[in-house]
Design a protein around this ligand. Structure first.
Ligand code: ADP
Ligand code: MG
Length: 209
């Protein structure tokens, strides 16, 4: 498959919502080590809201599905991380606008714009122990592959490795930064969510091929 249309984009978000929902307690436990323990509950509720809001759209384009997801993450999560996860999708809307189906290069541009938006808004770079530690390598790996069939598994593997690598880092952003060196040894919750997201998309893609 060289293009994905609205039906596929909606399936993709639904697959992410399921996987993040399954990870809810694990994500809460990770956030409890480094923050306030709410990440799994809030991100899974927000993705569930996204699925509901996508379902009521009337013949949406992919960009409108991405926009509904952004709004649900911003409204359904609140706080700083809601704005950051919302930004990841909100910035991806423009590259998709007016397109009924998306190529691998379109999706790459959407992820890249989202990553740049998250970094501009949150001021975190690779190594700061945030979602960026999974997202940046995932987007780079996605970009380095020629087609969806190569890009989805490469992104999923890179996100997983990035999330795991966050365990050894000292937090420099978010609530965890107040722990300083005591943040070492715990994997970042937001990075783990990014890994679950790309894992979900890869698994969804495999069932479609
Ligand atoms: P909160 O910290 O408001 O309780 P969550 O628990 O939902 O929000 O999300 C925490 C996650 O947000 C962290 O694990 C981290 O990945 C991400 N995060 C926090 N601050 C930043 C930042 N400045 N840039 C990127 N991601 C961040
Ligand atoms: Mg939290």
């Amino acid at each position: 498959m060289s293009h994905i249309g609205s039906a596929e984009v909606a399936e993709l978000i639904a697959a992410v919502a399921r996987r993040v929902g399954e990870g809810r307690e694990r994500l809460n436990r990770l956030d409890a080590k480094l923050g306030d323990g709410d990440h799994g509950t809030s991100i899974s509720a927000a993705f569930a809201l996204a699925v509901e809001q996508i379902a009521v759209l009337d013949q949406p384009e992919p960009a409108e599905i991405w926009l509904a997801t952004a709004k649900a993450l911003m409204n359904g999560m609140g706080g700083a991380s809601g704005a950051l996860f919302g930004t990841l999708f909100l910035k991806g809307v423009a590259p998709a606008r007016g397109k009924g189906a998306l190529t691998k290069l379109d999706v790459e541009a959407m992820w890249r714009a989202g990553l740049d938006g998250v970094k501009a808004r949150g001021k975190a770079g690779v190594g700061d122990k945030t979602m960026v530690d999974a997202l940046q390598p995932a987007v780079d790996a996605f970009a380095a592959s020629d087609d969806f069939s190569g890009a989805w598994p490469a992104a999923a593997e890179a996100a997983r490795a990035g999330a795991e690598a966050s365990a050894a880092m000292i937090a420099r952003q978010g609530r965890a930064k107040f722990l300083g060196e005591r943040s070492i040894g715990h994997q970042d919750a937001g990075a783990t969510t990014i890994a679950l997201m790309f894992e979900a998309v890869q698994m969804w893609w495999e069932t479609r091929e």
